[in-house]
Design a protein around this ligand. Structure first.
Ligand SMILES: CC(C)(COP(=O)(O)OP(=O)(O)OC[C@H]1O[C@@H](n2cnc3c(N)ncnc32)[C@H](O)[C@@H]1OP(=O)(O)O)[C@@H](O)C(=O)NCCC(=O)NCCS
Length: 234
């Protein structure tokens, strides 16, 4: 199990090809890495530098038996959060940590498809041997308040962030959030949205295009919007 502690706001686009073993590093690449690490350290000297923030080399080294394709990204917009990924995973989606307490945990031998987003300000826990197709969103919070006046501030913050000014003053207390648990051997079809507070029981299947708003028991197929019971798996 590797673990990223994201103590500074980061925006990382991981560039590795699927690589089985770390490749020998050329001298010039080493120099580039050292320069980049120095640059990061000079931004905030007392910061714990997230292990995945800087280089492809680190990714390969620490994410030993798990693989990442070139579109993987990790954003920690406000600083904080933890990402844990077990061995032998293939990750093709991206991670967005919102707020200081976001946590994303993935077990072993799990697949996350392309363009799938894991968005956490609370906790998203994904088990072993889970298959998550492309274009899904798993988000343990609403992103904004249901009160329109409170949402106005969020729009301004989003614009500031877009313009490169990391905004620390988002009020997370007004955003509804609840942890998500996806148990072992679950299969989530393409284009599924999983909303806050949902637990999907072991070995269950979620049909393509579903919006899951409530718990799904083990060994069942659920589908639709909102997702509902389709059949029991034998
Ligand atoms: C619409 C929404 C904001 C409402 O949040 P909320 O006020 O906290 O609502 P709740 O989670 O309490 O859900 C209320 C009911 O609506 C249902 N529901 C919620 N979202 C739903 C959806 N997208 N589709 C169908 N039903 C939905 C819930 O199952 C619940 O049903 P119940 O009354 O039978 O128990 C939220 O459900 C949602 O869609 N969040 C995602 C927001 C988003 O897309 N953010 C991305 C970035 S802007």
């Amino acid at each position: 199990m590797i673990s990223l502690k994201l103590d500074t706001p980061i925006s990382l686009r991981v560039k590795p090809k699927i690589i089985q073993k770390p490749k020998p590093v050329s001298l010039s690449l080493k120099r580039r890495i050292i320069r980049k690490v120095k640059k990061i350290l000079s931004i905030k000297k007392d910061a714990v530098v997230p292990i995945a923030q800087d280089t492809t080399l680190y990714i390969n080294e620490y994410f030993n038996n798990s693989h990442f394709n070139e579109n993987v990204y990790i954003n920690s917009y406000y600083g904080g959060g933890i990402i844990e990924i077990g061995e032998n995973c293939l990750i093709m989606g991206g991670f967005n940590i919102e707020g200081p307490n976001g946590k994303i945990k993935i077990g072993t031998s799990t697949f996350i498809g392309g363009n799938t987003q894991l968005n956490s300000m609370n906790s998203i826990s994904i088990g072993n041997n889970v298959l998550i197709a492309a274009n899904c969103v798993i988000q343990d919070h609403n992103s904004h308040s249901t009160n329109y006046l409170e949402r106005r501030n969020d729009i301004n913050l989003t614009i500031r962030r877009f313009l490169g000014n990391p905004a620390k003053d988002k009020n997370f207390d007004i955003i509804a959030n609840k942890s998500i648990v996806i148990e072992d051997d679950v299969w989530i079809g393409m284009g599924v949205y999983i909303l806050k507070g949902v637990t999907i029981g072991a070995r269950s299947i979620i049909g393509a295009g579903s919006v899951v708003t409530k718990d799904v028991p083990s060994d069942t197929i659920y589908a639709g919007n909102p997702a509902s019971f389709v059949k029991k798996l034998k």
